[in-house]
Design a protein around this ligand. Structure first.
Ligand code: NAD
Length: 267
């Protein structure tokens, strides 16, 4: 007769991400999309390293990392030279190979975000592009040697990449670059079995979203036009993202996948 603990470990071994390991960036608090991704990946049996941006956010994120059983809790500020590479090296030291890396980070100065895109400063554009887009390329480069047997690289985009969304301004341009990067990265890394995706959630009230002017109106109008008659939750984004880390999505790469209650199909 098998013991309960043997039965539990057999059940865990059957989960789609059992034995899979990876890195999840961008948890600022329990409302963060990345936190829901982390929960969904853990629920499917994956092991995770979670990153925090600075000591201020660690206060909120360390208890979250402990609550979901993250194996590593690492500092990562992509504007600090070597920070990204150091965090990924620590993942390699702990896990050996890794199977997924989630990029859920974005930043734009308020002054550059509000107003006309042609008024964006060069420094503001560079900073937003570096943190929100180029860091995904750098992340891919650093994890590539750890993905000897393939893996999934996933970033977060938004509809403002392909259509004008009021008050999204220069971030729309940067998300467009990010979605294009996903296609080129998928092409470059496909031969190694590394699959690359952008997940495009509808609007959700998070810390980053609170920097967008009249975000409450965007939430209302999106819910109004969405076929499902509502906006989405971070858990729905988490579930899709976790699926993209499983072998269930093995035939897919290079796409931007909406999780927005269908809002993007309605004019
Ligand atoms: P959030 O504020 O919870 O997460 C943003 C994260 O970016 C934070 O954890 C922050 O620490 C991190 N970050 C910013 N600058 C960084 C830096 N220099 N180094 C390391 N990390 C840094 O907000 P969120 O809504 O969960 O955002 C996650 C992603 O989802 C972003 O790419 C955002 O554009 C995207 N997204 C959000 C929505 C939405 O409506 N909330 C919709 C579509 C896409």
């Amino acid at each position: 007769m098998t013991t309960i603990s043997e039965q539990n470990s057999t059940a865990t071994a059957l989960l789609p991400l059992a034995g899979k390991k990876g890195l999840i960036t961008g948890v600022a608090n329990d409302k963060s999309i990345a936190f829901a991704v982390a929960k969904a990946i853990r629920a499917l049996g994956g092991e995770i390293a979670l990153t925090y941006q600075n000591d201020k956010t660690a206060k909120y994120t360390q208890p979250l990392a402990e609550a979901i059983g993250a194996k590593l809790f690492l500092k990562l500020d992509v504007t600090e030279e070597g920070s990204l590479e150091a965090a990924i090296k620590q993942c390699g030291d702990e896990f050996g190979e890794i199977d997924f890396a989630i990029h859920s980070m974005a930043f734009c100065n308020g002054d550059d975000l509000h107003g006309r895109v042609i008024d964006t400063t060069e420094a503001g554009f560079d900073s937003a592009m570096n943190i929100s887009c180029h860091s995904f390329l750098r992340m891919a480069k650093a994890v590539e040697p750890l993905m000897a047997h393939g893996g999934s690289l996933i970033t977060m985009s938004y509809l403002g990449a392909e259509r004008v969304v009021r008050n999204y301004g220069v971030m729309g341009i940067i998300k467009a670059a990010l979605e294009s990067a996903v296609r080129y990265m998928a092409y470059d890394l496909g031969p190694k079995g590394i699959r690359v995706f952008a997940v495009s959630p509808g609007p959700i009230m998070t810390r980053a979203a609170s920097g967008i002017a009249h975000f409450d109106k965007l939430l209302e109008s999106d819910a109004d036009k969405a076929p499902l008659g509502r906006t989405v939750t971070i858990d729905e984004v988490g579930a899709l993202t976790a699926f993209l880390c499983t072998s269930g999505s093995s035939g897919m790469t290079g796409q931007t996948i909406f999780v927005d209650a269908g809002a993007h199909i309605v004019a």
